[in-house]
Design a binder for this molecule. Structure first.
Ligand code: 2P0
Length: 378
């Protein structure tokens, strides 16, 4: 893939756009449209090799790898219209499920501020952003990955409609680049079924600035891999991910952790191709527990797991030992447990979840998801 972001060459294509953008401003008629509407739906993703620790601006300390999901999605539309006043600041209205959501607007403004150097049209238009999630409200599932990736792709599409010059492939890359500036892990939701974000010696084309799809054929056992998300705690997290990432600065185990993650990504890359599910389980569960170990050994330290998180992990281990079904777990930055297993074991695992784990979920709620392909135009 031609990179639009590598140093030197990188700025070239964006600069070309910047110049176009500047021209737009002085000669109004150069915008191809005065108004329009775009809409995209983007999925959430679950990291198997975790991103935890970053440096400015939104650059990861190690490479991460994730499964792109299918069912947990955000649907976003943006209506854009040429501004009559070229006032100071952006003109943005944000609606969540059709209702104004003022509490979200500062977040969107911060995002627009960050991406403004790469999207010069932002000041010339007014935007009405309408967003909704397909997963339950405050389920503890982070909507930042799906939300920011859908929003980023909409903006790239608007730029294209206005006369931008990027190819389809470059637009995908740019959407990942912009999404990253909104929320790091969001850059991994643009494509699927597996993506990698962060420069890694052994991954061709990998970058700290945007995610790339896993380039190898994956073993059949991993195709349509299932992720059932057990909803344990729907409350507000005590420590946000952004704060958690920052606590990796000066963390006593940071250097070793970043090296370990890159080594795990290397191993997982082979496992995904050769189908060695025992190794898969070992890497994935170790990554999940290491992520939480980093939280517990930060200063200030914190724990996001709940008693039921540990109960469920033990139930999963017992079930795997007794039945031989290769089910394992991973954790996000929260208490919910993601249960991962091959599609052929779906019936057995769902029966196990219903019988033994559902009662430990809040209101017996869990979400059945599986590998997906990323962003879709609506
Ligand atoms: C990940 N997480 O790789 C890791 C593992 C959660 C646990 O990235 O500050 O919302 O917006 O870049 O991406 C969650 O952090 O944080 C996250 P910001 P983000 O998915």
């Amino acid at each position: 893939m031609k990179s639009i972001l590598n140093i030197g060459q990188s700025k070239l294509i964006f600069v070309e756009n910047f110049i176009l953008g500047t021209t737009y401003r002085s000669i109004d008629s150069l915008y191809k449209k005065d108004q329009g509407k775009v809409a995209f739906t983007a999925p959430s993703n679950i990291a198997l090799v975790k991103y935890w620790g970053k440096r400015p601006v939104q650059l990861p300390e190690n490479a991460s790898l994730s499964f792109t999901l299918s069912e947990c999605r955000t649907e976003t539309s943006i209506t854009y219209k040429r501004r009559k006043d070229k006032g100071v600041g952006f003109s943005i209205a944000f609606l969540f499920e059709g209702e104004p959501k003022l509490s979200f607007e500062p977040k969107i403004h911060t995002f627009f501020d960050r991406i403004a150097p790469y999207c010069l049209f932002l000041n010339d238009f007014e935007f009405i952003i309408n967003s909704k999630n397909t997963f339950p409200h405050s389920s503890g599932i982070a909507s930042s990955a799906s939300g920011m990736s859908a929003l980023a792709m909409c903006l790239v599409e608007i730029e294209n409609e206005l006369g931008g010059s990027l190819s389809a492939e470059e637009r995908i890359e740019k959407a990942s680049f912009l999404a990253r500036l909104g929320s790091g892990s969001a850059c991994r939701s643009i494509e699927g079924p597996i993506t990698i974000w962060g420069k890694h010696q052994k991954i061709k084309g990998s970058s700290d600035e945007f995610a790339v799809p896993f380039e190898h054929e994956i073993a059949s056992v991993f195709k349509n891999y299932q992720d059932t998300v057990l909803l344990i705690d729907k409350g507000e997290k005590q420590v946000s991910s952004t704060v958690g990432h920052n606590l990796m600065h000066g963390h006593p185990f940071a250097k070793t952790r970043f090296e370990q993650a890159n080594a795990n990504l290397d191993k997982l890359s082979s496992v995904l191709q050769n189908g060695d599910i025992a190794q898969f389980i070992e890497i994935v569960e170790s990554e999940a527990l290491t992520l939480h170990a980093m939280m517990m050994t930060s200063l200030p330290y914190f724990i996001l797991m709940k008693p039921n998180t540990l109960e469920m992990i033990n139930s999963i281990w017992n079930y795997r030992k007794e039945t031989g079904v290769p089910v394992c777990f991973t954790l996000d930055a929260g208490a919910n447990v993601h249960v991962l297993y091959p599609e052929k074991d779906k019936e057995a695992v769902l029966a196990f979840i219903e019988a033994e784990l559902a009662e430990k979920c809040q209101n017996r709620q869990y979400i059945c998801d599986y590998l997906g392909i990323g962003i879709k135009k609506m």
